[in-house]
Write a protein that binds this ligand. Structure first.
Ligand code: ZN
Length: 245
């Protein structure tokens, strides 16, 4: 049995037996891990409030060879989100990000880029809850990018001509094509949505959110729809939660 320590973000918990929980978290050094926290539902227990979803913790756990479930030994809260626990839209948005992290992350595979991006998004929305919507869009684009599903944003997938001012089309294979190559098939992407997509490449999530605050509700809607469709195509189903933002 080996013992490990890592920083981790709690994503979801399930009750187990009478007093335990299964905790799913995204950890910095071991990627997605599922563990049992024994006795954590007893009144007095060593985990306290640390296993509440979206808490950032310092986690010590045991791992047995060939067992996917690890055993939580000790936790320490690094960042609590208790102050947001009455904000329903934030909780829905966080659950949505948590679900996607679980869907997209293979267990026990550290991915530092994904971990840092996820953490930055949770932080940005915690700091400015009103910016939840653009933070979710940023998260979706980067999740697809880090996991290798984001199409090339710069040039047509068919003729490789760099995109200019023309309307771009997103095909069912996730690729982006110029008007000519697409023959007008697929979802058209407006100039405003395209510039938001490109802006995610250059900015951290909080800054992206600030810069897109002025976007029209139509652009926001189109961006949300495009990302939701892309994620649905990768998952081959629609995400379980659709944040009502
Ligand atoms: Zn083309």
């Amino acid at each position: 049995m080996a013992i490990f320590e890592t920083e981790a973000l709690v994503l979801r918990t399930y009750n187990l037996a009478e007093a335990d929980k299964i905790v799913v978290c995204l950890s910095r050094s071991a990627g997605l891990i599922r563990g049992v926290a024994k006795g954590c539902r007893k009144l007095k227990n060593r985990f306290g409030a640390s296993l509440e979803p979206f808490t950032l913790i310092d986690l010590t756990y045991y791992e047995k060879e060939n067992q996917e479930l690890v055993s939580f030994r000790q936790t320490e809260i690094l960042r609590s989100r208790f102050n947001l626990s009455s904000n329903a839209s934030i909780l829905t948005g966080f659950s949505y990000m948590g679900d996607l992290l679980i869907d997209f992350s293979p267990p026990h595979q550290a991915n530092d880029n994904l971990y840092r991006m996820a953490l930055a998004c949770f932080e940005a929305a915690s700091e400015a809850p009103a910016d939840l919507e653009p933070v979710l869009r940023y998260f979706e684009v980067w999740l697809l990018k880090i996991e290798g599903f984001l199409p090339d944003l710069r040039a047509c997938a068919n003729c490789h001509r760099p995109f200019g001012d023309e309307t771009i089309y997103s095909g069912s294979d996730l690729s982006l094509r110029c008007a000519q190559c697409s023959g007008g098939r697929g979802t058209s992407i407006s100039k405003q949505v395209y510039s938001q997509l490109r802006a995610t490449e250059k900015l951290p999530p909080a800054k992206f959110a600030q810069e897109t605050r002025e976007a029209s509700s139509e652009t926001k809607k189109q961006m949300a729809e495009l990302m939701f469709q892309m994620i649905g195509r990768v998952l081959e189903r629609m995400p379980r939660i659709r944040p009502n933002v």
